[in-house]
Design a protein around this ligand. Structure first.
Ligand SMILES: [Zn+2]
Length: 440
């Protein structure tokens, strides 16, 4: 019988028994009537206490829904008394307490909290998760609060290699941007730093990590944002900086896009050049090595001419010399980064500034400044690739998380949704029951 109760409720207490009324189906929910009794020892004298009736009000505990119907445990609790004696000067009374499954004073069974905790990794709002288990969003919030301690980074340890990237966090940060701190080797997210200002950044590391752990960092992967450099040298004196591949390529990507738009505007709306440049923008950004030069298709933008993708690019580039230069620059950079080709990168960065369109001159200067960091990234085969994937995940979490009132909830949910070094709460994929085991 006790096994049945543990099966139904997740509460493992040998002295919890089914009550006379058993299981009841009321209109909207199921009620499991239980009674908690058993021997109880006096906390003062240590002798078994006398049973003294039951608590007048049965205790109501929320359990996991059964067959999607909200389920309540109604538990009658034994009262105990120890009459005064030589060992026990005063009358002692007690009420039976449930062990293994419900925390003292809590009205929600532990397995409900565990189920909610598991669901927090999924991209559902607190309100939706709450509804699923018949608890309020603020109860879900309290469960998140209780998890926070589990996600505190260990003060005395940082991995040998760390990576940073920023993401839009909206109202949670004064600058609207927060930072992810990650281990790029095993792709685990170590923490979320609320703000990316230098001050917040410095404060965060001084507060959360010992000097020793900061000294143990030997590589830092980061974007090309200049102001961080000094800070990183201060916080991680033994670290060498590696430029993140994504941010290297993005520089030329943006310049190419803006030169394309400039060319469009040069021709003016309504012209065939304008329309073609607008229509084929994705093709311009496609890696040259992946560009199709085999399949012919009729192209409306070029009076129905049958052209391969590669020929379309030729026609687009013929529209503007600046565009052609920007395209070649972008493609060369992508290729150098993809193949971690130091020679190719160096010869690209040796191109004269004056030979480049204005927008690219700026890019060229930035990349030259960080040349060593980029080349270092080739040697270590490290990039923020995993962080970029993380960024997309965060974006999705933020979208469903319209209910986040505080940064800590936001942080815990991000860390739960991502691989993290703190707690691993099973695999997000729930166990699937095969049809054969159902048929058996
Ligand atoms: Zn006693």
């Amino acid at each position: 019988m006790a096994n049945d109760i543990s099966f139904l409720t997740g509460i493992n207490d040998p002295n919890l028994k089914m009550d006379k009324s058993g299981v009841e189906n009321t209109g909207n929910y199921k009620v499991i009537h239980l009674v908690k009794t058993g021997t109880c020892y006096c906390p003062v004298c240590g002798r078994p206490m006398l049973k003294n009736g039951y608590r007048r009000q049965p205790v109501k505990i929320l359990a996991l829904p059964i067959a999607n119907v909200p389920t309540i445990l109604l538990i009658r609790k034994q009262k105990y008394i120890c009459k005064p004696s030589s060992q026990c000067p005063e009358t002692v009374t007690k009420i039976a307490e449930i062990i293994n499954g419900i925390n003292h004073g809590c009205r929600i069974a532990n397995n409900v909290k565990q189920a909610i905790t598991l669901d927090l990794r999924r991209n559902e709002s607190q309100k939706d998760i709450g509804e699923q288990y018949y608890v309020s969003p603020s109860t879900v919030g309290r469960i998140i609060d209780s998890l926070e301690d589990n996600f505190t980074p260990e003060k005395s340890w940082l991995p040998n290699t760390i990576a940073f990237d920023d993401f839009k966090s909206g109202r949670f940060a004064p600058s609207g941007m927060s930072m992810i701190l990650m281990n790029p080797v095993n792709h685990r997210t170590i923490d979320i730093i609320p703000s990316r200002t230098s001050r917040a950044f410095r404060q965060y590391f001084y507060r959360h990590f010992t000097r020793r752990s900061r000294l143990s960092v030997s590589l830092v992967v980061i974007d090309l944002y200049g102001p961080y450099r000094r800070l990183i040298r201060e916080l991680f004196p033994n670290a060498r900086i590696i430029a993140d591949h994504f941010h290297v390529v993005v520089q030329a990507y943006r310049a190419l896009q803006s030169i394309r738009i400039k060319t469009m505007n040069h021709y003016g709306p309504g012209t065939h050049e304008y329309r073609a440049l607008k229509r084929f923008w994705k093709l311009l950004l496609q890696k040259l090595s992946l560009l199709d030069n085999i399949h012919y298709q009729p192209r409306r933008n070029f009076r129905g001419a049958w052209l391969t993708n590669s020929e379309v690019i030729d026609r687009l580039l013929a529209m503007s010399e600046e565009l052609r230069i920007a395209y070649n620059y972008y493609q060369t950079l992508v290729d150098a980064v993809d193949h971690e080709n130091q020679g190719e990168l160096q010869s690209l960065l040796q191109r004269k500034l004056t030979s480049l369109p204005f927008k690219l001159q700026k890019v060229q200067r930035t990349l030259r400044q960080h040349q060593n960091e980029i080349i270092r990234s080739f040697r270590h085969h490290l990039s923020n690739g995993p962080i970029e994937g993380t960024n997309n995940k965060i974006k999705v979490i933020k979208r469903t998380a319209y209910g986040f009132r505080n940064f800590f909830h936001f942080r815990v949910r991000i860390l739960m949704a991502l691989k993290n070094p703190h707690i691993m709460v099973g695999d997000p994929q729930k166990t699937k029951i095969s049809s054969s085991s159902l048929a058996a």
